[in-house]
Design a protein around this ligand. Sequence first.
Ligand code: CNA
Length: 239
Amino acid sequence: MSEIETLKQWIDESDNIVFFGGAGVSTESGIPDFRSVDGLYNQKYKYPPEVMVSHTFLTQHTEEFYDFYKEKLAAPVLNAKPNVAHYKLAEWEKQGKLKAVITQNIDGFHQLAGSKEVLELHGTVMKNYCEKCGKRYTVEDVIKADGVPKCSCGGRIRPDVVLYEEGLDMDIMERAVRYIQKADVLIIGGTSLVVYPAAGLIRYYTGNKLVLVNLSETSQDRYADLVIHEKIGEVFSKL
Ligand code: CNA
């Protein structure tokens, strides 16, 4: 049986699938990831993306932070749409087969594709708030602001995104752990599995159907029961 056939069989037979994904899920929508050859790490910037989306950078290089954030993380989301991988996951959830999507992505595409139970470990570009009064703003408000986006009260508007050096929401992490612990099939897709603590979630899986669908090799490939090194959209379109 081919790898795709095995995956298809596991999915057909299961009503407790959990998906854990990253930036590679959205590259086929045209949004660059961080670590692929054409990802943001390999584009020419003064600093690596990890530095430019850190808490220190927001506080010490505020204008540059917003320039990078608006151009490379927020605007691409408005100019793209979900792909077959996002839609497939939403379809499986609707059929009662998939319990949750746990994502490191901040693009909001799973919800746009119709997924309901989406755990956004790193927040979302779709939500933004004033650091002073808490007033909510849209992603469009942030993008169209001249320079650093400011609230009507004078405070700075920041994205509801977990920056490097910032802590994850423990409630979301605990829910993610519970879904993974109980999962029958765990599909991990489009993530280099190098960003912690998110990448550590894989250790909570206790089943024997751990699937890794990632274009490049990861350091966790050896723990998977099935490894497919292909584009996730292409793989999912065959399921
Ligand atoms: P990453 O470290 O950039 O890794 C992406 C992985 O996906 C790589 O191993 C690629 O080989 C693989 N990949 C790329 N395209 C595909 C594809 N079509 N099919 C299968 N695999 C593919 O990204 P991670 O998510 O692992 O790193 C975590 C960071 C990246 C998170 O904090 C995100 O917020 C951040 N990020 C998010 C987005 C987004 O929301 N779309 C975009 C860029 C970065």
